[in-house]
Design a protein around this ligand. Structure first.
Ligand code: SAM
Length: 219
């Protein structure tokens, strides 16, 4: 159940199978984040953060950042690769690593409470919801609603593939899954869509995916 892929993720990090890691700050974050119109001293939660450089960019904008990551290999790599010397302390069953404006809670997202996290103004989600198998996504969102204060916004990046037989108009709109998961509690703004030719599986199997930017504002 929650976190049922945990052993697998730990193994990926130990084996350095981390193709999902981006070696540059995400350009869609840089382009569309400002549209959230946040207060300058906002605190950003980055669930399932890995060693994402996007946390460095967010901290450089002046925000407090709190990431959440299962693997201590990832957390250690984040701080050492960015030449930061974090302190460590226990918070409930988690280890909190902290340096400057960036903190990372190491442990299972599904076990974290609102009190463990502290106040959050906004969530930055890139490859967190979409990293989970479909059966866990509903639980991921339900848990998010439990640990966030009511006024919290969400900035969500997804990579979506067209369903078979889908019209282009549907492919380019807000996904049915995102609408089902979030629309009860949030107004969903699809801020941007771009079609990207994905060649990871080789030129012959190249196909287009839609890279989407959602801004979710509580109703
Ligand atoms: C696809 S990666 C994305 C990482 C990051 N968001 C990025 O953009 O690079 C998903 C990350 O979530 C972590 N993870 C998976 N399940 C988790 C859980 N239950 N609690 C905390 N972290 C988890 C994995 O170890 C992995 O680093």
């Amino acid at each position: 159940m929650p976190g049922n892929d945990n052993a697998l993720w730990q193994q990926y990090w130990r084996d350095q199978q981390t193709d999902f890691h981006q070696t540059q700050v995400n350009p869609l974050l840089v382009r569309f984040w400002r549209g959230l119109k946040l207060a300058a001293d906002s605190r950003v939660f980055v669930p399932l953060c890995g060693k994402s450089l996007d946390m460095i960019w967010l901290a450089q904008q002046g925000y407090e950042v709190i990431g959440m990551e299962l693997s201590d290999v990832a957390v250690r790599a984040f701080f050492s690769e960015n030449r930061m010397q974090p302190s460590q302390r226990q918070v409930a069953q988690f280890t909190l690593w902290q340096c400057g404006k960036i903190s990372i809670l190491c442990g299972d997202y599904f076990a974290v409470s609102r009190a463990d996290l502290g106040h959050i103004d906004v969530v930055y989600d890139r490859a967190a919801l979409t990293a989970l198998p479909e059966n866990l996504r509903r639980l991921y969102v339900a848990h998010l609603k439990q640990i966030l204060p009511p006024a919290c916004k969400i900035f969500l990046l997804t990579v979506e593939d067209a369903e078979e037989g889908e019209t282009r108009e549907v492919t380019l709109g807000a996904s049915g899954e995102i609408t089902t998961l979030y629309s009860e509690a949030f107004e969903i703004e699809l801020a941007h869509v771009e079609s990207v030719l994905e060649t990871d599986a080789g030129e012959a199997d190249a196909k287009y995916s839609e890279h989407k930017v959602y801004r979710l504002v509580p109703r």
